[in-house]
Design a protein around this ligand. Structure first.
Ligand code: ANZ
Ligand code: ZN
Length: 802
């Protein structure tokens, strides 16, 4: 019989759906396993070949765990609020809800066509009012605890989308989504105090098992630094506070810089003689993005404040103060002491403005370049610090500053509070009203949740950048829930990151209308045992969701401090030409085409075989054909099947080794080598032109997580009994996995000193090293040097010493 993949795949997908085969049970007495992948944004483009890479990997883990006896939760849903849907709706005059529904239907059909073992009974959608009710509920709890607040601030304004962007959404000075220029604009925004959790978000990385690069990039993003705040007197009378990570270099501070947004500029209006020039410089700076101000330019700009000087607290030297845009108001104190000898930015600036460069750590040539990598240097030109190491100098000067009330130690974080407002329609309404009488924002009572998105005539943001909700008078004007007086609803909506910050909790109990999930279900299922997702989500989604989870832990909703026990990340799938897949490059592979031509099992197998899971890999049409051929050969083994539940003696070792390899490789993301091992086993079986039932069964079970349809079909046709996906995962015997050994003799100067068992295929180097480690050999060679070292394969090691 021919391998008719399309008929087989359809058949099994229907059976699994009808029987709810992969539904997690609510039997909380069983051991549980929670496998998670990032739920997709249902875009109009449909599934990308990148999606199945992550989904298949975790599907393999989920299927294997079920066979190992776990109650497995492997859920899927839709992260469906967001701009692309809204932009499509605006352009085509279709309600975003309709757009979302259509896109979800297409995505779901595509995912089901891949035979992924999701528990579809727990499907969630962030745009469903029954879901976003709880997103709003979490917001209210944050608000009540003072962790959601409104603030006038300079925000990133996308000139294309006409919307405020989070810092994370600005990439290289342009909008991450549309590529338009991003400028600054002052707006009142909802903010979430993620900074309050900065230290715990670092510390608790010790509790979890994330791959290193994820931990490192989270830490860098949070950006903890230790240093000191130092108080500089000024001739204007005010004390100018700066933040430095290098208080040891205080004697090398030859000027100061304050940020264009620093409030002292306004305050010193009458004291700054060139105030007009300073103002003009500041308004130019306001047009630039932070990225342009700090990363892009080597050529530093600035204006010296005429008439105000700073006083270095360690030696009372007067130093000039500049305003320059390389100092940001949003970090530290918005003012710095500049040490050109040991900081590159300061060095560039000092060269341009001919400012003195004073070496305070020995080791470089500071007139030629800033000497920055100077942790091991010795202090010079630094009074009481001379001769000390950098570390000692930091401690001593900080103590001195504290003693003289000129400064104190300080920890800073790069992490900023999370800008949580969007002036858009297609997002969760923020459930608060503004009441003059009550003097501010009043939360809606929880009984009024969900606060539904009302129907609007147009989804277009208004020209002044307000959400289209702002134009709906009858929705906006309400009674204050507190005093009953006239109040106005908040018209901003939440950012797309809101719904995905807690979705993994909802899967635990998705139909609960009393709580976001029952305590019992959360206690059973959490933490997520293994979460795989894209590296691009490391600093945003992963950090945001850890923050929300910690907050929910603090208010007693969840019982674990961390949401995800293990986090791994897959590499991207590139086009056949090795470049990123994109429409403009014309190298996009559509998974539907592959499924039609080769079948879902081949696509799955291929995506797992394509290379090291953690690295990016180019698409290859040739090797997808190889995967198809492998499955056909597995299918054709039916023709050479013989009786016998045992492994035949010739194959026993190969069987055990393959089981061990596949069992272990899945756990360490080495899907490609697991597949290679099964291919190797198939070759050995093929050479013998027969396979016992016992051998075939084990091979089918091992392959089932990778290629679930074909294996299930063979299992049924051969009447191996029951459903394949419910079989026990095969065991291996460690003894039988050992390589065969031979006994060799070890000679020193022609005399046999001992005998040694070694693997048949041991290398020369290994054999010689093992021989030398033998006590009898060491005794014979003590104090002598080796003249000759020979390994005669399978026979002896001969050592000649003098
Ligand atoms: C003097 C100094 C000497 C500095 C030296 C560095 C090297 P991280 O490590 O990223 O925390 N800085 C402080 N506030 C700033 C701001 N708002 N905008 C731009 N730069 C600012 O960086 C801290 C260092 O960056 C601080 O230490 C300060 O320069 C600068 F050899 O002070 B340093
Ligand atoms: Zn009121």
């Amino acid at each position: 019989m021919k391998y008719d993949f399309s008929q087989i795949e359809k058949k099994w997908q229907d059976i699994w759906a009808k029987n709810h085969t992969f539904a997690a049970t609510n039997d909380f007495s069983k051991p549980k396993y929670y496998a998670l992948v990032e739920f997709p944004y249902p875009s109009g483009q449909g599934l990308h070949v990148g999606h199945p890479r992550s989904y298949t990997a975790m599907d393999i883990v989920a299927r294997k765990r079920r066979m190992q006896g776990y109650n497995v939760l492997y859920p899927m849903g839709w992260d469906a609020f967001g701009l692309p849907t809204e932009n499509f709706a605006i352009k085509n005059h279709i309600h975003p809800e309709v757009v979302t529904k259509n896109n979800v239907a297409r995505f779901k059909a595509q995912l089901q066509g891949l035979g992924l073992s999701f528990d579809w009974d727990r499907e969630i959608n962030t745009t469903d009012p029954d879901y976003y009710k709880w997103t709003q509920w979490i917001f209210l709890q944050l608000f009540k605890k003072g962790l959601a607040y409104k603030k006038e601030m300079s925000v990133n304004w996308c000139t294309g989308c006409k919307v405020v962007l989070a810092n994370e959404e600005v990439v290289g000075g342009v909008c991450e989504r549309c590529g338009s220029e991003v400028v600054h604009k002052v707006k009142s925004q909802w903010m979430l105090k993620i900074t309050e959790y900065a230290q715990r978000l670092i510390d608790d990385l010790d509790l979890v098992d994330y791959i290193d690069r994820v931990k490192v990039s989270q830490k860098n993003w949070i950006g903890r630094s230790t240093g000191a705040e130092v108080l500089f007197d000024t001739t204007a009378g005010d004390v100018l506070k700066i933040y430095t990570t290098r208080p040891d270099t205080l004697f090398g501070a030859t000027y100061m810089v304050i940020s264009p947004e620093h409030p002292y500029l306004e305050r010193w209006k009458d004291k700054i003689k060139n105030y007009d020039a300073v103002r003009a410089y500041c308004s130019d700076a306001a047009k630039k993005s932070d990225f342009e101000r700090t990363e892009l330019v080597k050529d530093k700009t600035g204006v010296k404040l005429e008439g105000v000087m700073g006083l270095n607290p360690v030696n009372d030297t007067e130093i000039p103060i500049f305003v320059s845009d390389y100092v940001l108001m949003s970090y530290g104190t918005g003012a710095i002491m500049a040490v050109p000898a040991h900081d590159e930015r300061d060095w560039d600036f000092a060269k341009k403005f001919s400012l003195p460069i004073i070496e305070v750590v020995k080791g470089g040539d500071v007139q030629q370049a800033a000497y920055t990598d100077c942790d091991s240097g010795v202090m010079v030109n630094s009074g009481i610090l001379d001769g000390l190491s950098v570390d000692e100098a930091k401690k001593k000067i900080t103590a001195w500053l504290e003693e003289h009330k000129k400064g104190y130690p300080k920890v800073n974080y790069k992490l900023r509070d999370w800008v949580f407002s969007r002036q858009r329609y297609w997002g969760e309404p923020i459930p608060v009203v503004y009441c003059e009488h009550c003097g501010g924002y009043v939360p809606l009572p929880e009984s009024e949740l969900p606060l539904r998105l009302p129907e609007v005539a147009s989804y277009e943001p208004t020209d002044n950048g307000e959400s289209p909700l702002a134009a709906m008078d009858e929705w906006v004007n309400v009674k204050c829930p507190h005093c009953g007086g006239p109040a106005k609803r908040e018209t901003d909506t939440m950012p797309q990151w809101a719904g995905s910050s807690w979705y993994f909790l909802r899967y635990c109990d998705p139909h609960n209308d009393k709580e976001l999930a029952s305590r019992e279900a959360l206690e059973y299922w959490l933490p997520v045992d293994w979460y795989n997702g894209g590296m691009e989500h490391t600093t945003l989604h992963l950090l945001y969701s850890r923050f929300w989870h910690k907050f929910l832990y603090d208010i007693g909703v969840v019982s674990t401090p961390e949401p995800y026990q293990k986090r791994t990340s897959h590499g991207m799938i590139l086009g056949e030409n090795g470049e990123k897949m994109s429409k403009s490059r014309g190298n996009v592979v559509n998974p539907d085409d592959i499924v039609r031509e080769y079948g879902a099992d081949t696509l799955r197998l291929y995506e797992m075989f394509i290379g090291d899971f953690e690295k990016s890999a180019p698409w290859s049409s040739a090797s997808i054909k190889g995967c198809k051929r492998f499955l056909e050969r597995i299918w054709n083994l039916q023709d050479v099947l013989v009786e016998g539940e045992e492994y035949s003696p010739e194959l026993e070792s190969a069987m055990h080794k393959t089981i061990k390899k596949v069992t272990e490789d899945i756990e360490s993301l080495k899907f490609n080598t697991a597949i290679a091992a099964m291919m190797g086993l198939l070759n050995e079986i093929s050479e013998r032109r027969q396979v016992t039932r016992g051998e075939y069964k084990s091979l089918l079970i091992l392959l089932n997580p990778f290629a679930p349809h074909i294996t299930e079909e063979i299992w049924e046709q051969q009447k191996f009994g029951g459903m394949l996906n419910m079989q026990d995962w095969p065991e291996f015997d460690e003894e039988k996995c050992k390589d065969e050994t031979v006994e060799i003799a070890v000679q020193v100067n022609g005399k046999i000193k001992c005998r040694l068992g070694v693997p048949v295929d041991i290398s020369n180097e290994e054999a010689i090293a093992l021989a030398k480690a033998e006590p009898a050999v060491q005794a014979a060679c003590a104090g002598k040097s080796f003249v000759k070292e020979i390994y005669v394969k399978g026979k002896l090691v001969n050592l000649v010493v003098k």
